[in-house]
Design a protein around this ligand. Structure first.
Ligand code: SF4
Length: 350
């Protein structure tokens, strides 16, 4: 049944002004070429133009008609992109490093954890796991409560926020993660980090472009045009709202792909805004796209449909907030006509 509330899934979508929001959790954070193509066709059939990338390395569809939900689940199941039931989907909150390599054990560990989770104790809804066992750590700054990391030539299970963990093997890693989950519940916390205050991990966000594992591809507002999704081939999802094309060193030129870390679109944040969000006072993304080319180098811009600031809770260099009387910047009203003629006004450059 569709439900209201955050952290929607495919089984339990969230109702928004424009219809249902579904999040799809591909197993191990990867899709085959057949799955990307099939998902693009499926989304197109539902009237979509894009699929969103989330910070949990999931995919998001929105604006789905409630009466289409059951048929959509059936199609997702046929593509191998749906868990058996809602409880399994909710529990399988695992982020896997996209930089895993064949035979490094990462996939086996992620799959073993997914299989073991039904036997874990019932955990809070947002409680999650990170399998960060690539050659280099990549997920330290990504939200997760129990982490499996490399330590020297071995493995270590670590509670989020703790400076040290417990050394484990391929065989003992998952049982120790279960022990840690049980210990966490006995402490009565909501998130593991509550039990280890004061420790913050540096945020790591790799730049788009060719990297050792292939090519990282970003998209404006983290939304992949369907015609591009259909042609990407095999992809791995990342928690940085980018996709990794594994092993691809010469990426195809497809609409919407951003491979240049200096692209100003990567420094522009805009929520869904009106009319899709009921709280939105104005559309946000058209204005954000108009302003993006004029954004000074190294600066960030946030265009928000209301004061809730969903798209970028942290401060930005320039922030425009829509209200009942239009957009304001630093509490001052902005003339929408003047903005379109002189976008540099927002940045003090004209
Ligand atoms: S910031 Fe406001 S308008 Fe934008 S998505 Fe959040 S609630 Fe909706």
């Amino acid at each position: 049944m569709p439900v209201k509330g955050w952290c929607p899934g495919a089984w339990a979508p969230m109702m928004a002004e424009d219809g249902l929001i579904l999040r799809i959790r591909p197993r191990d954070g990867r899709l085959t070429a057949a799955q990307t193509q099939g998902l693009a066709m499926l989304a197109r059939a539902e009237g979509q133009a894009r699929v969103g990338l989330t910070s949990r390395a999931n995919l998001q569809m929105r604006g789905i008609k409630p009466e289409r939900h059951a048929a959509l689940l059936k199609r997702l199941a046929e593509l191998g992109l749906l868990d058996a039931d809602e409880a399994t989907e909710t529990a399988r909150n695992i982020v896997v490093t996209p930089f895993w390599q064949e035979n490094d054990g990462t996939l086996e560990l992620a799959q073993a954890l997914a299989e073991a989770l039904p036997n874990f104790p019932r955990l809070p809804g947002k409680f999650g796991f990170a399998i960060d066992t690539g050659a280099e750590p990549a997920l330290k700054g990504v939200s997760a409560d129990i982490r499996l990391e490399r330590h020297g030539t071995g493995l270590r299970v670590r509670a989020d926020g703790a400076q040290t963990g417990e050394d484990v093997t391929l065989e003992t890693a998952i049982p120790r993660m279960k022990d840690m989950a049980e210990w966490f519940l006995a402490q009565g916390g909501r998130r593991m980090r509550d039990l280890f205050p004061g420790q913050t991990a540096p945020v790591f966000t790799p730049p788009p472009g060719v990297c050792e594992a292939g090519t990282l591809v970003a998209f404006a507002f983290g939304e992949v045009p369907l015609e591009t999704l259909a042609q990407l081939g095999e992809i791995r999802l990342t928690p940085w709202r980018m996709v990794l094309l594994p092993g691809v060193k010469t990426p195809p030129a497809l609409p919407g792909m951003i491979l240049n870390a200096a692209d100003p679109s990567l420094r522009v944040f805009a929520c869904t805004g009106a009319p899709n969000c009921a709280q939105g006072f104005a559309p946000t993304r058209p204005l954000a796209q108009t302003l993006a080319p004029h954004l000074p180098a190294g600066r960030t811009l946030h265009v928000s449909g209301c004061g809730k600031a969903c798209a970028h809770p942290a401060p930005a260099d320039y922030t425009l907030i829509a209200g009942p009387d239009g957009f304001t910047q630093n509490g001052q009203g902005l003339d929408p006509e003047a903005l379109l003629r002189h976008p540099g006004l927002v940045f003090g450059t004209e």
